[in-house]
Write a protein that binds this ligand. Sequence first.
Ligand code: WTA
Length: 651
Amino acid sequence: MAKGDNQTENVTPLNLQTRMSYRINSFEEYKEAYKKSVEDPEAFWSDIAENFQWRQKWDKVLEWDFEKPDVKWFLNGKLNITENCLDRHLKTRGNKLALIWEPNDPKEKFVRLTYKELHEEVCKFANVLKRNGAKKGDRICIYMPMIPELAIAVLACARIGAVHSVVFAGFSAQAIAGRVNDASCSMVITSDGLNRGAKQIPVKRVVDEAMEQCKTVEKIIVVERLGWAVNMVEGRDVWYHDELKQVSEKNCQAEEMDAEDMLFILYTSGSTGKPKGVVHSCGGYMVYADYTFRNVFQYDESDVYWCTADIGWITGHSYIIYGPLLAGATTMMFEGVPTYPDNGRFWQICDKHGVNQFYTAPTAIRALMAGDVDDVLSYSLDSLKTLGSVGEPINEEAWQWYHLHVGKEKCPIVDTWWQTETGGIMISPLAGITELKPAHATYPLPGVQPVLVDAEGNEIEGNDVEGHLCIKFPWPGMIRTTYGDHERCRQTYFSTYKGKYFTGDGAKRDKDGMYRIIGRVDDVINVSGHRFGTAEIESAINEHPKVVESAVVGYPHEIKGQGIYAYVITAEEVKDAETVRGEIIEKVVQMIGKIAKPEKIQFVSGLPKTRSGKIMRRILRKVAEGDTSNLGDTTTLLDPDVVDEIKAGAL
Ligand code: WTA
């Protein structure tokens, strides 16, 4: 799409109801809805699902078995999610803005697309996909910067029934290859390069490197962003703008999908092995993304909503693309970073586009908090009505700063707890409707049944308690399987606590029944809201020829929430520690990406292990946290002396 020539002036003012349908409008309604959702979940969800455009209605709302697991929603319902995101709105919202795109550089012109225009762009992209051989059921990897064509490509896949697998554009060639091969993708959609702050990154070159290890990819569609000359492989690679010239048709009939057909795969890290492909379905995911968006953010018809996440993560899928578009909202996407050209960039954008709902991550707030408060105070921010937080626990200090300086004490903050696997928000305040408590995700949404369990798996009743967070009843947006390995899905989420979905998080329920998420209780580290398995980072470190063994833990980091601390054993004593550290970091960057760089690397001669050879991570975590006063009983270790050495060498 040519930038700048599609600025839609004279957008027709809307004359629709300002309150959206099936929205909970008071605390009383919340309580009623919650009660109904537990007493009669099928009636609750079918009432909501009625609001969508189905080609054929479902014959059964729900079938489930958490042992297998086997969960199906809206059985035999037929639909296409893009008809619900786009076509359905054309009559009433055709001239309403669907998408606003703000570039990395504030001097570059932004792009605005109405529902009509977005519909046309999606149809054209879908026709390009078809022209290049893509069809229903194919897996397509999307590795792209935050440009409008990314959202359009995602929707174009959904339009033709192809399964999109978006890979965040900060991942390395190795990481792309692993994901492309796991899902046997037949196509990749990418760009020549990308802008991130002051840097430009050669995206296509990374894809080319990945392709050396991929056998299944037949076509690569390249979108021009920087105007760079890139390597184009004859017969495999095509420019998107050339392909567009070959498709004259401005419409593309949407493919009919079963409610349980796969909509997308999104890879995420767990405590063991390689990242796994979380699979979401067409029908349930649609209903859940829309329902949660409307209720949590309390979006009104003429609002401008902005989520700063990248579409490479689940937050971008559910709350930049699908949720807002399903609800007929105006959604904004931003190409850049919060600190470029200066620390005021987010707030400048809020004023520029009159943003009403602003949804970001605690790590961004903490980074901006570390700067000068005048970077916020010099903007009016008076359009803001609701603020949101996602991805990691928000500490009280960051919550207060966000509330005071950004929200001017008048905007509710929705601290939304959820996961890639849950598809949408699970525990969160509903803006302005339910009570807030700093650093608490508060109450479950109607339709969500959380429980806390103890180490034996017994449900902990009552309030003022703490335990492992599980969900005991299905919800439409939940994970269906892990791609190509259903057993892994069962083991990871459904085997720890019989009959329950285990989140991997620990949580407290306070005296009022409000939830506070404490963090992961498994070997997953959350760095700036991005999940990494310790095993995944260790295996990258172990690729270094001098490394014999390593153990990785998370430690509290002021900006990132958690930082990565690696303990490394080398074959010979390290003479030039800085060089080897640099090489180890390089290995991690190569195997995973820059986002997984260890912050600290300590060389050790051994690791604290039990007699059965298990690494005592608890001890390593304590040392990394700088708390060596109470390491517990270390006498049962294989080599207790190693603990003293580790303590002495702590960074
Ligand atoms: C953490 C992101 C505390 C949690 C949507 C979860 C949170 C993991 C919150 C999922 C929150 C997410 N408060 N912790 N509001 N939101 N988390 O899959 O540990 O990238 O299990 O999904 O992030 O991360 P994911």
